[in-house]
Design a protein around this ligand. Structure first.
Ligand code: CP
Length: 314
C-alpha cells in the first residue's frame, strides 16, 4: 500500500533563503532559552517524547551529526544514527526507496546530509517526516548559520549593524551561503574575502561587498568567519599551494589586529590549522570556535522543537 505524504514546505528546514527576520529571531530566542537552561536537567525531556529522529548522513560529520543526536536525546526523542555504508544503499537501493522505507516506519524527523545540492528538498517531497538539511553540496547548511548567528548575538548582543567578514573558500561553502542569507536578513553588512578562483560572480548579487585582499577585507570588522579550504570538492587546483594560500588569505595575528579590537574569530570546523587559520589565532582569547560548537546543540534543540510543535504524534 502506498503512503501519501503531507506536502507542507513550512514544516521542513531546507535552507535560510527567504526566511524572515522574525522567524530567525524566534528560532534564536528559543535556542537561547535552551542554551541557558541546564541541559542535564530532565525538564525538557517531554518535548520530543514519543518522536523518532533519524540521522541520515551520506557525508562525514562530527559536529552536526553528534549535536543533532544530543539535541534529540535531550528533548526525549528516540534517535537513530543510520550508518549509510552498512545500509541497503550499499546494495543498490535508491535514495527515494530508502526514503520511502524510513517513511513507512513513521519517522518524525529526518536529518539529512548529502554531497549533492537539493537532496533534502527532494526527500521532503516524498516523506511525512520533517526534513532538516544538515548540509547539501554547495547549497546550504542552515543550522550552522543559525548557530553562528546565536554565537555572535551571545557576544555582541545583536546582528544588526555589525560588519562580518567571511573569508576563504566561498565557492565550495554551503556555510557561507546560509550565513549570507541569515546575516543580510538580520541587518549585518557582509564582506566576502577570497581569491577570484574561489569566489564566483554569482555571489555579487547577494547584497555583499567583495574583497580579494585580506588586509583590506578584515579592516575594522566586528567578526571574522574563516572557512575551510575544501580541497575534496575541487576538481582542479584552484589555489597554487597551501603555503601560498596561507600567505595571502590565512588569518594570523597581524591581520586579526586590523579588525576591530576584540573582534570575534569564528570557524565552522573542521579546521585546517596553518592553512586558513594560524593555530595560535584559533586558540586565542578572541576565538569563539568552541562556543559555536556549544551553541550548535541549543540551536538544534530549538529547530527540532519548532518543527514538531503542535504536530500530533502519528
Ligand atoms: N561545521 C560542520 O558542519 O561540521 P561537521 O562536518 O563536523 O558536521
Amino acid at each position: 500500500m502506498t503512503h501519501e505524504p503531507c506536502r507542507n514546505a513550512t514544516r521542513h528546514l531546507l535552507g535560510l533563503e527567504g526566511i524572515s527576520s522574525d522567524k530567525i529571531t524566534s528560532l534564536l530566542d528559543l535556542a537561547e532559552y535552551y542554551a541557558q537552561m541546564d541541559c542535564r536537567t530532565t525538564s525538557s525531556r517531554d518535548v520530543l517524547r514519543g518522536r523518532t529522529l533519524i540521522n541520515l548522513f551520506f557525508e562525514d560529520s562530527t559536529r552536526t551529526r553528534t549535536s543533532f543526536e544530543i539535541a534529540g536525546k535531550r528533548l526525549g526523542a528516540d534517535v537513530i544514527n543510520m550508518s549509510v555504508p552498512q545500509s541497503s544503499i550499499n546494495k543498490g537501493e535508491t535514495l527515494l526507496d530508502t526514503a520511502a522505507t524510513l517513511n513507512a516506519m513513521h519517522t518524525d524527523l529526518l536529518v539529512v546530509r548529502h554531497s549533492q545540492s537539493g537532496v533534502p528538498t527532494l526527500l521532503a517531497k516524498k516523506v511525512d517526516a520533517s526534513v532538516i538539511n544538515a548540509g547539501d553540496g554547495l547549497h546550504e547548511h542552515p543550522t550552522q548559520a543559525l548557530l553562528d548567528g546565536l554565537t555572535i548575538r551571545h557576544y555582541l548582543g545583536t546582528l544588526a549593524g555589525l560588519t562580518v567578514a567571511i573569508c576563504g573558500d566561498i565557492a565550495h561553502s554551503r556555510v557561507a551561503r546560509s550565513n549570507i542569507y541569515l546575516l543580510t536578513t538580520m541587518g549585518s553588512h557582509v564582506r566576502l574575502i577570497a581569491p577570484p578562483t574561489l569566489l564566483p560572480n554569482t555571489f555579487r548579487q547577494m547584497g555583499v561587498d567583495i574583497y580579494h585582499h585580506m588586509d583590506e577585507g578584515v579592516k575594522d570588522v566586528d567578526v571574522i568567519m574563516m572557512l575551510r579550504l575544501q580541497r575534496e570538492r575541487m576538481s582542479t587546483g584552484l589555489v597554487p599551494s597551501a603555503r601560498e594560500y596561507f600567505r595571502f588569505f590565512g588569518l594570523d595575528h597581524r591581520r586579526l589586529n586590523l579588525a576591530r579590537k576584540n573582534a570575534l574569530v569564528m570557524h565552522p570546523g573542521p579546521m585546517n590549522r596553518g592553512i586558513e587559520i594560524e593555530s595560535s589565532v584559533a586558540d586565542s582569547d578572541q576565538s569563539v570556535i568552541q562556543k559555536q560548537v556549544e551553541m550548535g546543540v541549543a540551536v538544534r534543540m530549538a529547530v527540532l522543537d519548532d518543527l514538531t510543535r503542535g504536530k500530533d504524534i502519528p
